[in-house]
Ligand binder design. Sequence first.
Ligand SMILES: Nc1ncnc2c1ncn2[C@@H]1O[C@H](COP(=O)(O)OP(=O)(O)OP(=O)(O)O)[C@@H](O)[C@H]1O
Length: 663
Amino acid sequence: MSSQEVKQARSAVPFNREHLESVLRQRFFYAPAFDLYGGVSGLYDYGPPGCAFQANVVDFWRKHFILEEDMLEVDCTMLTPHEVLKTSGHVDKFSDWMCKDTKTGEIFRADHLVEEVLEARLVGDKEARGLVKDANASAKEDADKKKRKKKVKQIQAVQLEDAVVKEYEEVLAKIDGYSGPQLAGLMERFKIGNPVTGDALEPPVAFNLMFETAIGPSGQLKGYLRPETAQGQFLNFNKLLEFNNGKTPFASASIGKSFRNEISPRSGLLRVREFLMAEIEHFLDPLDKSHPRFHEVKEVRLAFLPREVQEAGSTEPIVKSIGEAVESKMVDNETLGYFIARISQFLLAIGVDERRLRFRQHLANEMAHYAADCWDAELQTSFGWIECVGCADRSAYDLTVHSEKTKQKLVVRQKLDKPVEVTRWEIDLTKKLFGPKFRKDAPKVEAYLLNLPQEELEAKAEELKQTGKIIFHVEGIDGPLDLDDKFVKIEKRTKVEHVREFVPNVIEPSFGIGRIIYSIFEHSFWSRPEDTARAVLSFSPLVAPTKVLLVPLSNHKDLAPVTAQVSKLLRAEKIPFRVDDSGVSIGKRYARNDELGTPFGVTIDFDSVKDGSVTLRERDSTRQVRGSSKEIIEAIRSITYGGVTWEEGTKGLAPFTSQSETA
Ligand SMILES: Nc1ncnc2c1ncn2[C@@H]1O[C@H](COP(=O)(O)OP(=O)(O)OP(=O)(O)O)[C@@H](O)[C@H]1O
């Protein structure tokens, strides 16, 4: 098969999630944890190919980001004291909205419920308009809809008014941005209750997603399993800065498990309660967010879904280069843009389908109040578009709040070549009064005021002079807030400075490895059109769990020495391989390994005994070439690790046609 024919074959048979799930289960890529005890939803164990795949993805992540960018890797503890996560805002804010059915005891995640019900009503509307045949019948064939059908008892073929359809579509385009009270409003307006019984639900309440525990036997020290790896990186900022000789920009990175007590884990690996994260915190000067290597990625073209497009109720992406996106200020700054492009390069290199990748900007109320801009890399799966990597400009929020709480400076001191006289508006806060007045919101109010830009400080100074108080709003706190001159003093001061001191801003790319892995499983999966039971996982050789299947044609003793010799060569080259010397037909052995995504088969036959030549088979096209074992291994090495194509890697090797593909 030519590359073109492979392309056609890959899309000939419609994607079937149940088939993929059965292959992943049978080949033990992953499985529900504790299944002997009935399982616990949202917890999974990875089996041998899943582990190898994950290890290869993580290995490439390290090379692509940590090594390529000289990042400073840290490995911080997962157990985190209450105080740290209280300061970071997680104790008060890290929650989703849930609503309960008091009759059945069922619990629903409010945004997911609204999304599922509205989507089901839109499917019903399409059916009533004759745009789909029978939503419930086709749901039988389609695993996705089947699942939905279980949740939303029956898709009713009811035609909606055009205005209602438009309203539903607009709500769905903005579904990630609603607060609890807004979700309650939507549930009331659209009469959304228990999707099966129709009963009314309690209004949504916030449910904190962190797993709480006590550290030590006394039970006095409250703690949590970390919900992200970021806080450990922020708390080590001073040590990392010193390690980097006091200079910014620099980035730290961390790979490790995070834990979230998801309200209703669903969609397999996409929403779990314990998952591997890989996170980068890039610390930079707030006055200079340029990136020295931006020119290297400037031309990278990406599909963007900016805020305005979503707010207009559309999901049609805009394709442009990252250079254009930053220049037009659609993406806030160069460093954020640089990471967006690097994230895309990473995802494509490990096998994400480019057509199923987009970057979606956070809506204003979806974004954390301190964030300057935030884009998610979303991958399209049979569960819809899924956020797999978040990329946010977190401004100076984290370092500021930890510094305030611990009274330790978390700043960069930049020695100035020439001392400068600086005239600046400065704000002094009487912090001891902030706690009693604002309680848990005090750090946020302080951070807001300390980060006010000069023009605003000037205006506030005037306001304070004229009215004796300042009035302001802090996102996420009900307002307006006001403070009089017992709390704040704002003055213009002139000083000679030898050192410039600043709290760095942080750009944070945050990867959920499990979500990426599952999406690649879907993007790589297809069935051979001539026999749809034969599944293939077309993994990129770079991340495939095993690179080579070594297949002696038969169990004949004469073949064993050649098998041993080729094994030795592969081992010396550190190419992961497996020998399949089971007695089954060669076609069956190939088919088994196509399901494991093994990109190459090396076949040893009786000619190999005579002249040392072996056959190399490529998984997707089933093309074969023949050469000496050294030549073949060199071809495998250069295609797998050197990034060359099959055509380039096997140039000069003779095509081979006699191996049977029939199972
Ligand atoms: N429950 C989960 N299961 C698997 N991966 C997750 C889960 N929650 C988050 N992630 C991964 O961690 C990354 C960073 O986490 P982040 O806090 O930005 O996610 P999130 O916005 O809370 O995700 P969602 O809105 O889907 O719950 C996500 O892009 C995703 O890949």
